[in-house]
Structure formats: C-alpha cells, structure tokens
Design a protein around this ligand. Structure first.
Ligand SMILES: Cc1cc2nc3c(=O)[nH]c(=O)nc-3n(C[C@H](O)[C@H](O)[C@H](O)COP(=O)(O)O)c2cc1C
Length: 151
C-alpha cells in the first residue's frame, strides 16, 4: 500500500515524527511519499476502485493556527473544496498543552477534511510536546494499533 505523508511543520519537530512513521511503514512493506511542503495538486485523491491513503502530521502554531508548511495546502482545500470521498486518512496532531488551543490545527484540519467526505482510518492521535518524552515512540505505537487491520 502507498501512503502520502503530509507534514505541517514550522520548526521541524513534526518532520522527525513523519520520518519515523514513514520508516515504520517501510519496515512493514509499504511505500510512502513525504510531502514536507504539501501541494494539493501533487497529492492524489484516489478513486472508488483505488482509494488514496493519507497520513497527516500536523503541528499547531500561533494561537491555534496551522504550521507554516501546510498553510497553503489548507487554504487550497477550503477554497477549491475537492471531493475527498476516495481519501482514507489518519491524523497525528502535534501541540503543547500549555496552550489553551492545544492541537487545534490538527483538530480543525480533521473537521475540514471529513466535511469533504474523506474517511478516518483511525482515531486522531494528539501528541503533547510539553509532557511527551518520546513522541516518535508514541506515534509508532498508535500506528501499530491500526495498521494491520487496515492493510
Ligand atoms: C510560537 C508558538 C506557538 C505555538 N502555539 C501552539 C498552539 O496554539 N497550540 C498548541 O497545541 N501548540 C502550540 N505550539 C507548540 C507546537 O505545536 C510544538 O512546539 C510543536 O512541536 C511544533 O512543531 P514543529 O516543530 O513541527 O513546528 C506553539 C509553539 C510555538 C513555538
């Protein structure tokens, strides 16, 4: 199976996480494309016979805003409103619980993408960088919980 990994990062933490998930998927025999500056036009939205698989790794910045690398992608989604009914999606939302807008970008992105008819593969994982000692291990353990039954 091929996964498109979409990265929303400003200062790079989320890229480490996305890389770790990509390595785990590769170890399980899957292929991945890492989009560190996601462009809607470059990311397949699948078809009924051949759905697309997206893994969105999304940090929150500002006061609950999208991280830098994914602002354009989210704007393109809300402006063009593509049909995502053939997109199967899992989300890792990264944030810091000392903000009252904890993981808001990931939560907002989930609502927007589901509104465009995508399917969630797994419950969205929130990672709290304030308390989390090993965010990569946490994300991999989450992936391990759903990947076998999905693929
Ligand atoms: C200026 C700034 C604003 C932030 N705002 C939020 C926020 O509103 N909500 C949240 O959950 N985390 C917030 N964070 C925490 C980041 O999501 C966290 O540091 C994350 O690891 C950054 O990921 P990145 O390095 O991939 O950009 C903020 C961090 C910074 C530096």
């Amino acid at each position: 199976m091929h996964f498109h990994i979409l990265v929303g990062t400003t200062s790079g933490n989320t890229e480490y996480l996305a890389d770790a998930l990509g390595e785990r998927l590769a170890a399980l025999g899957h292929t991945t494309t890492l989009h560190d500056q996601p462009e809607l036009a470059d990311i397949p939205t699948g078809s009924a016979a051949n759905p697309a698989h997206w893994l969105l790794c999304m940090a929150t910045h500002g006061a609950g805003e999208y991280a830098e690398s994914i602002i354009g992608f989210m704007e393109a989604l809300t402006t063009t409103q593509p049909d995502l009914s053939a997109v199967n999606l899992a989300i890792v939302a990264i944030g810091d619980s000392s903000y009252d807008t904890f993981c808001k970008a990931g939560i907002d992105a989930e609502a927007i993408i589901l509104e465009l008819n995508a399917q969630l593969i797994a419950p969205t994982l929130t990672i709290d960088m304030f308390h989390e000692l090993d965010p990569e291990a946490n994300a991999i353990s989450w992936l391990n919980q759903w990947i076998a039954s999905y693929t």
